[in-house]
Design a protein around this ligand. Structure first.
Ligand code: SF4
Length: 237
């Protein structure tokens, strides 16, 4: 994909069509499922194995997670499918509301989607979590348990592939005039769960995430690039 921008453009068009399909009852789930399936496929081809990550290892699952609006609706849809799950999430979510990323880590509050050290939405976990892998568990312990300033040994190739797919999703959303924004996951999912029609309202242009903290680390250059590419591609979608 790095060598042929037309392939990336084709993915953007496809994701935008999934998001804008008026016949679909699960636009965000369809779009996110497509993106994460493509990410998983691409990253396998691009990244060497040898990760330290193992089932039941969840040191990184107390970090603040950033999601796109589409991912928040996708997770909310999964939680709604099992009775009691949404209510349990909302109860746990209140513990992290309003905390900064640093406060959240120091408070050692696990992700509300973690149970017995396993992600309860593993197959549908956000792109940010898919990118949080390490070649060295000791580095994870040093960083996330002992709060030391160390490199957690994330493979650069995987981060690059992750950023490409995150940008494809962001451009597709921008083509449809949604803001380029990453939201704090817990609050965003709570907002998505607030009413049955929250996704429909968002698809119709209502900024239902106005009260949710945006990721301040999103670089202005990233936003400008997404804006420019979305403008270029919009007439072809
Ligand atoms: S969504 Fe899953 S992988 Fe991501 S932080 Fe929560 S429990 Fe961990």
């Amino acid at each position: 994909m790095r060598g042929d921008p037309r392939r990336a453009e084709a993915h953007v068009r496809h994701v935008a069509r999934l998001l804008g399909d008026h016949q679909s009852r699960s636009n965000c789930a369809d779009a996110v499922d497509y993106v994460v399936a493509q990410f998983d496929k691409t990253v396998l081809a691009a990244t060497e194995g040898g990760f330290a990550c193992r089932r039941g290892c969840a040191h990184c699952c107390q970090l603040q997670v950033t999601v796109t609006a589409a991912e928040a609706f996708h997770i909310a849809g999964i939680l709604r499918r099992t009775p009691g799950r949404a209510a349990a999430f909302l109860e746990a979510e209140s513990a992290t509301r309003g905390l900064s990323a640093g406060e959240r880590l120091r408070a050692r509050i696990p992700c509300p989607l973690l149970h017995n050290s396993e992600c309860t939405i593993y197959e549908a976990r956000p792109l940010s979590c898919r990118g949080a892998v390490s070649r060295d568990v000791d580095a994870c312990v040093a960083a996330y348990v002992n709060f030391q300033q160390v490199d957690t040994q994330a493979p650069a190739d995987r981060t690059l592939v992750l950023n490409i797919w995150r940008m494809i999703l962001s451009i597709a959303m921008r083509v449809l005039n949604f803001p380029v924004a990453g939201y704090e996951m817990n609050h965003a999912v709570a907002v998505a769960l607030a009413t049955e029609d929250s996704e429909r309202k968002w698809l119709n242009g209502e900024d239902v995430f106005a009260s949710v903290a945006r990721d301040p680390s999103t670089a202005p250059q990233y936003i400008q690039t997404v804006e420019r590419l979305a403008m270029d591609l919009a007439p072809t979608v």
